[in-house]
Design a protein. Sequence first.
Length: 144
Amino acid sequence: MGDSARKKLLDSALKSLLVGFELSPWVKVPATFASEVASRFRSLPESNKKAVNDTTEHDLRKALANIPCDNHEQLYIVFQDATYRAQVLDYLFGLSPPAVDEIVTRVGALKYVTKDAPVARRISELIDFVESMQGPGLEAIVDF
């Protein structure tokens, strides 16, 4: 794929992810913004996800610089967090129920995750725990 095609895919992905946001207030609440962008990222077509994932830091910063915002550095950091969160969620939803249970045990989330709940709810509770003040952070899931 050529550079111009890659740039078009990246621009398309960013527009899909950020449409409708007034970025200045959103970036001031990074966790909410990251959660919303992660949710949108997970619903992108695979080609757009790949365009975002494969882009270099320089190219992503350049593409984000074209988006109206008061603080582009904060936007970049939160955007990186959001896409990372989406990748972790994609990873978790691709696991078997026993593998999810094993992660719950390894990260110390047993008392925070409902054992008999559907897998989607257990994953949601796991994410809530690891991102909480008591939790070890998303990295604990990936380090698994």
